[in-house]
Design a protein around this ligand. Structure first.
Ligand SMILES: [Zn+2]
Length: 633
C-alpha cells in the first residue's frame, strides 16, 4: 500500500531496551543468564497491591487480580537468590552496568544526572516478585543524528529486566525469575519520527551505539523495542516487544494501515447510520441452535455443560472480515479482546461463516433467534456462562469504540510484524523511591575520565572499516548493524580470507539462515573463528561456509572439523580432482569432438556440480583448460 506518511500525520517514538552482558545482575551477584533445565525451586504467590499503590494502575491488570490469578515462580540457584525471590533487600547498583549506561548516554550527548536514584515503578502482572520494577534515570536530553536529522533522546535509563513468562495453566501463570534483575538499558526518543524507514534507521543507529560499548548481550530476546505510534484522527498506540530491529519499519507500516482501516470502518458505520444506542449489551443464549452441531469446538463446550452465547452487532455485516492490515481484521481484534477480558479461546462471527463445521441452516436459525436484519452481524462464544458474558460485554464496548475510530490501547508485536491487542493503555506510571538502594553520586572527575575513553563512535567506525578492509558502504553498514563487528575484525586480522567474504558470511549468509528458522545464535564466536581458519588453510572452501554454519546450529557442542567431515565438505586433492575430470571427459567424448574448445563451459558446469564447495573454482578452470587442450590435440 502506498501511504503518504506526512499526509496522514504519522508520529513515532521509540523505546529501545537492551540487556547488558555484565558479570552479575543489577541488584545481586547472581549470573545474568537463563536456564533451560527443570527448576530447582518453585514458589507460589498472589500479588495483592494495596489501594495506595494502585493509583493509576491500568484497569485490565486489576481486573485480572480480581479473578484470583496465582503466580508460580521457577528458579535455580545459579541464576537467582533471595533478592529475586523478594526475601532479601536489593544490594547496591552494579557498577559495571552503571558505567555502561553512562557510556551510552555520553555517546548520545545526553546530560548526565548528578545523582543516580533508584525508583520503583508499579508492575502488577506478576512479572516482578516485588510488584514493582526498579529503574533509574542516568541521563536526559541527548541527541542523535539520523542522516542529518536530529532526533532528541529524551532519556537513558537503567532498569532491571522482568521475569519471563513460561505459560499459563488455568488461573496460574508461570514465570521464570532467571531473567529478573538482568540489567537493561532503556533509550527513549522523542516522538519525532515521521516514517517507517526513519523509525528503523533510528532503531538501528541506537543499536549500533549500544553494541559499540561491547557490553551488550546478543541473540533473540536481548534487544526489545517498544513503539508509540499515532496518526491524525487515529490514536496513540503503544506496541510492545518488537524483537528484531529489521522489523521496526514493518510494524510501523502495518500500524498505520490498521489505523487507516479502522477510520474507514468508522466512516462506513457513519454512512450506515449506526449510533452507540443501537449497540446493546443484550446477550442471548443460543445453545439450542447447536444441539446437533458438527462444529468440534462448540460440541466440546456443550458436552462440558458450557453455553453458546451471542450478541448482535447492528449494521456490522462485512466490516468484521475487512482486512485492516495484513492478517488484521476487526474480527480478530474482537477475538483478542474476548480472550483477554473473558479468558475464552476465541469467538465466532457471521462474517466468517459458514465454516468450522457450522452449517448454513445453523446460521439461519441463529439469525432468527437473535432477530437480525441482513446488514447485522452476530458474534458468539462457546464457553462457561461467566467467561462468555465477560467477553461479549467487552466486544460490545469494542464495537462502540469502532464508531469513534481507533481506540487507545497497548498492543503486542508478533514475529511477522503484525500486532495483537494486549491490554488497555495504562495511566502514567506511578514512581516512588526505592529506599533500600543508596543513590550514587557522579563526581566530575569520574565523568571526565569516562568521557576521555568513550568507544569509537559508529560514524568513525564506518570510515575506518571502509578504509582498512576495502568493504563497500552497504557491507560496512550491514556488519555494523549485525552483532558480529568485533568478530569480523578479529578474523580479518588473523586470517588471509578476503574481508568481503568474511563480512558477507557474517551478515547476508547469517540472515538467510536465520530466515529459514534456524537458530544461528547457537554457533559461537569461537566456532566461527575456527571455520574461517579452515577456509584460510584451504581445508574447506568459502562456498561451504553456509552449509557448515547450518550444520553447527543444529549440533550444539560439535567442532567445525566434525561439521566438515560429516557434510563431506573437506577439500578434494588435486589428484582426485584430475581423476574426476578425466572420467568426465571420456564420458563426454562426442561433446568434445563436436564443440572443441566450446565444450569448456558445459564441462565446467558438470564438474562444479560434483565438486562445488570442495575445491577452488579457479583451480578447476585452470586444470580443465589444460586437459581439454591436450584432449583435443
Ligand atoms: Zn540474585
Amino acid at each position: 500500500m502506498n501511504i503518504d506518511y506526512s499526509k496522514v500525520g504519522l508520529k513515532t517514538g521509540l523505546e529501545v531496551h537492551q540487556q547488558l552482558d555484565t558479570e552479575t545482575k543489577l541488584f545481586c551477584s547472581c549470573k545474568p543468564e537463563l536456564f533451560k533445565e527443570e527448576p530447582e525451586v518453585t514458589f507460589l504467590r498472589r500479588l495483592r497491591p494495596t489501594q495506595s499503590e494502585l493509583g493509576q494502575i491500568d484497569p485490565a491488570a486489576y481486573f485480572e487480580f480480581q479473578k484470583g490469578v496465582k503466580i508460580r515462580y521457577e528458579a535455580n540457584r545459579k541464576t537467582s537468590c533471595l533478592v529475586e525471590m523478594d526475601e532479601e533487600p536489593p544490594h547496591d547498583l552494579d557498577r559495571e552496568a552503571v558505567e555502561t549506561a553512562l557510556t551510552v548516554a555520553l555517546m548520545m550527548n545526553a546530560k548526565l544526572v548528578d545523582e543516580i536514584h533508584v525508583m520503583r515503578k508499579t508492575v502488577i502482572d506478576g512479572s516482578n516478585t516485588t510488584g514493582f520494577q526498579r529503574t533509574c534515570v542516568i541521563a536526559l536530553n541527548g541527541e542523535m543524528s539520523i542522516e542529518g536529522k536530529k532526533v532528541p533522546i529524551q532519556h537513558v535509563s537503567l532498569e532491571e529486566d522482568a521475569a519471563r513468562k513460561m505459560g499459563e495453566k488455568g488461573s496460574t501463570i508461570q514465570y521464570r525469575i532467571d531473567r529478573l534483575g538482568i540489567p537493561l538499558i532503556e533509550v527513549t526518543t522523542a516522538p519525532v519520527i515521521y516514517s517507517p524507514q526513519e523509525a528503523e534507521k533510528t532503531a538501528l543507529a541506537i543499536g549500533r551505539i549500544l553494541r559499540a560499548t561491547r557490553k551488550v548481550k546478543r541473540g533473540l530476546g536481548t534487544i526489545r523495542q517498544d513503539l508509540n505510534i499515532s496518526i491524525r484522527d487515529g490514536a496513540l498506540i503503544e506496541i510492545k516487544g518488537v524483537q528484531q530491529l529489521e522489523l521496526v519499519s514493518e510494524v510501523v507500516e502495518y500500524e498505520v494501515q490498521r489505523q487507516l482501516g479502522l477510520l474507514k470502518v468508522r466512516d462506513d458505520l457513519k454512512k450506515r447510520r449506526v449510533n452507540e444506542e443501537n449497540i446493546k449489551d443484550e446477550i442471548i443464549d443460543v445453545t439450542s441452535v447447536f444441539n446437533q452441531t458438527k462444529c468440534k469446538v462448540i460440541k466440546k463446550a456443550v458436552s462440558r455443560k458450557q453455553r453458546v452465547m451471542a450478541i448482535k452487532l447492528p449494521q456490522f455485516a462485512g466490516l468484521l472480515k475487512m482486512e485492516l492490515a495484513p492478517n488484521m481484521r476487526l474480527g480478530s481484534e474482537m477475538a483478542d479482546i474476548a480472550r483477554f477480558w473473558g479468558r475464552v479461546g476465541g469467538i465466532f462471527h457471521t462474517d466468517e461463516l459458514p465454516a468450522y463445521g457450522i452449517t448454513t441452516k445453523e446460521i439461519d436459525d441463529l439469525k432468527k433467534l437473535v432477530k437480525v436484519e441482513p446488514q447485522d452481524a452476530v458474534v458468539f462464544v462457546a464457553d462457561a456462562v461467566e467467561n462468555a458474558t465477560d467477553s461479549l460485554k467487552a466486544i460490545t464496548q469494542r464495537a462502540k469504540k469502532a464508531l469513534k475510530g481507533v481506540p487507545e490501547e497497548t498492543r503486542a508485536a508478533n514475529p511477522d510484524g503484525t500486532t495483537r491487542y494486549m491490554r488497555p493503555r495504562p495511566g502514567a506510571a506511578r514512581m516512588y523511591p526505592e529506599t533500600d538502594v543508596p543513590p550514587i553520586q557522579l563526581s566530575e572527575e569520574y565523568v571526565k575520565k569516562l568521557r576521555t575513553c568513550l568507544p569509537e563512535l559508529p560514524e568513525q567506525k564506518v570510515k575506518r572499516l571502509t578504509k582498512e578492509y576495502g568493504l563497500n558502504t552497504k557491507l560496512v553498514k550491514q556488519i555494523l548493524n549485525s552483532e558480529y563487528v568485533d568478530l569480523f575484525e578479529k578474523v580479518a586480522k588473523e586470517t588471509k580470507v578476503s574481508p568481503t567474504v568474511i563480512a558477507v558470511a557474517l551478515t547476508e549468509t547469517m540472515k538467510a539462515i536465520r530466515r529459514d528458522g534456524i537458530e544461528v545464535e547457537k554457533v559461537t564466536d569461537e566456532q566461527l573463528r575456527e571455520l574461517f581458519g579452515l577456509v584460510d588453510s584451504g581445508e574447506t572452501a568459502k562456498e561451504a561456509i553456509s552449509d557448515i554454519i547450518r550444520w553447527l546450529s543444529k549440533h550444539e557442542g560439535a567442532t567445525v572439523k566434525e561439521a566438515v567431515e560429516s557434510l563431506g565438505l573437506a577439500m578434494i586433492s588435486q589428484e582426485k580432482l584430475e581423476k574426476i575430470m578425466d572420467d568426465l571427459m571420456s564420458e563426454n567424448k562426442s561433446l568434445i569432438a563436436d564443440k572443441k574448445e566450446g565444450a569448456f563451459g558445459p564441462l565446467m558446469g558438470m564438474i562444479m556440480k560434483k565438486v562445488r564447495g570442495r575445491v577452488k573454482a579457479e583451480l578447476v578452470g585452470e586444470i580443465l583448460k589444460r586437459k581439454l587442450k591436450s584432449f583435443i590435440g
